[in-house]
Design a protein around this ligand. Structure first.
Ligand code: ZN
Length: 157
């Protein structure tokens, strides 16, 4: 077990008990809002953390690691943990990976990043409630655009 799995007195984020990778803090309201109704009552009065590992089915870990939320307990698909379409990229404005790929396939470019940036600037985003990570999607969107362009260059899109 690596050092980061020991819950330190400074309250460092626990590692995901399923894969041992570090987690990131997430608001409990994010967890509650995205749980299917039948699982809402299970949320503990603790801090919650997000496992962003693509190969792990666990999405949230409670601070005491005694409550794990897996992706099948949520009302949304967790884009970074899915390999099959539909793969959500931007939860606030409903962009999927296939929307990015379609743009790149057809015109080798996409306005999606610009549109999201403008709408974020206009404070129309609601990532804390909409996105399972509780954070802005732009990092994932930028990654998806880069990957789509690389695939297109290789003739694989
Ligand atoms: Zn995990």
């Amino acid at each position: 077990m690596s050092q980061c799995c020991v819950t330190s007195p400074t309250g460092a984020a626990p590692c995901c008990p399923m894969n041992g990778k570090p987690t990131k803090p997430v608001l409990r309201t994010t967890v509650e809002g995205l749980l299917k109704p039948e699982f809402k009552a299970d949320v503990l009065p603790q801090s919650y953390y997000f496992c962003n590992a693509p190969d792990c089915d666990t999405v949230y870990v409670s601070e005491g690691e005694d409550h794990l939320v897996t992706k099948d307990m949520l009302i949304v698909r967790v884009g970074i943990k899915e390999t099959e379409d539909p793969i959500p990229l931007c939860y606030c404005f409903d962009y999927l990976r296939e929307n990015v790929r379609e743009d790149i396939r057809l015109k080798n470019d996409t306005d999606i990043e610009t549109i999201i940036r403008q709408r974020v600037k206009a404070k129309e985003c609601w990532c804390e409630e909409a996105n399972p990570s509780g954070t802005c999607c732009l990092g994932e969107v930028v990654k998806a655009i880069k990957l789509a362009k690389a695939l297109k260059d290789q003739g694989r899109l």
